[in-house]
Design a protein around this ligand. Structure first.
Ligand SMILES: Nc1ncnc2c1ncn2[C@@H]1O[C@H](COP(=O)(O)OP(=O)(O)OP(=O)(O)O)[C@@H](O)[C@H]1O
Ligand SMILES: [Mg+2]
Length: 266
């Protein structure tokens, strides 16, 4: 199952939420950094400890044929068991114009025959070289938004655009920092799409995810990670309801991948 996360404008926390969701996902998952503005996770959660080819190397491989074959070799473990893995994004955003999003989306949508879910961090909707093909192929498109009037207005325009492109049924919203001042119900009414849930403002846990701050013993029990588990479960249900076929049972995860982030969750 392919799930596209995106934002209308600003930086509401797509990447941080994507990482929190990947670490909390109830099935094997890959967080794919598809933001044409470049990847953040290696430098943030990964603390710059590891460099990896990721999307850029994958494109080189794709031009030689065999994108699907090379994908596995580009994935890094986000936890010791490798239940959550990362496809690192572009180190240089100039590479975005060379990415064949169509071909990549087709591979991601059927990764490991559907045994692995892919959460695609697609960045901002109207950005140049936005991976529209990923949104087209996704079982669910999750618009990440803040709860201020400014954020909700921008999200409302983005939903209208997504509707115009024929994505109405599978669009949902994820609220980061509800109650500033709007809550899930009001945001759902304004946007006219289901709100899959909220992630609370939790600066401490967010800084672990976005900037590699030390996790501490209680990170897995932080308000952000606890809420992410609830949102992840709901999102799997929402996306599965929009997916035409049932996903097969999880396959064993290959053991070759490196781990980043020190396995801070599991
Ligand atoms: N739930 C949260 N609580 C507190 N701070 C958060 C939360 N989510 C994200 N942040 C913070 O907001 C900032 C932006 O987050 P992030 O990089 O995830 O946004 P983004 O939408 O991916 O932005 P961009 O479009 O630039 O990629 C970071 O400093 C991050 O720590
Ligand atoms: Mg981001």
């Amino acid at each position: 199952m392919l799930i596209a996360l995106c934002s209308a404008k600003g930086a509401p926390g797509v990447t941080t939420s994507g990482l929190a969701l990947a670490l909390s996902w109830p099935r094997p998952t890959v967080l794919a950094e598809l933001d044409p503005a470049g990847g953040d996770v290696l430098a943030g959660y990964g603390r710059g400890e590891l460099s990896a080819g990721g999307l850029a190397d994958l494109e080189l491989a794709a031009r030689r044929g065999g994108l699907a074959r090379h994908l596995d070799g580009q994935l890094l473990r986000l936890d010791p068991e490798g239940r959550a893995r990362l496809l690192p994004g572009l180190a240089d955003p100039a590479g975005a114009r060379h990415v064949d999003w169509d071909r990549l989306a087709a591979v991601l949508a059927t990764l490991e025959d559907g045994a692995v879910d892919v959460i695609g961090d697609c960045g901002r909707l109207r950005a140049e070289h936005f991976p529209a093909a990923v949104v087209r192929r996704a079982a669910a498109v999750v618009l990440t938004t803040g709860s201020t009037l400014r954020a909700v207005r921008a999200a409302t325009r983005a939903v209208a655009e997504l509707r115009g492109e024929g994505h109405a049924g599978m669009v949902a919203a994820l609220v980061v920092g509800p109650g500033e001042p709007y809550g899930e119900r009001e945001i759902g009414e304004a946007l006219g799409v289901p709100v899959i849930g909220s992630l609370p403002r939790d600066a401490k846990a967010a800084s672990v995810l976005s900037d590699g701050a030390p996790a501490g013993r209680l990170f897995a029990q932080s308000a952000l990670l606890r809420a992410a588990r609830t949102v992840a479960t709901r999102l799997v249900e929402f996306a599965a309801a929009h997916e035409t076929r049932l996903p097969p049972p999880p396959a064993p995860v290959p053991s070759a991948a490196a781990t980043i982030g020190g396995g801070r969750v599991r």
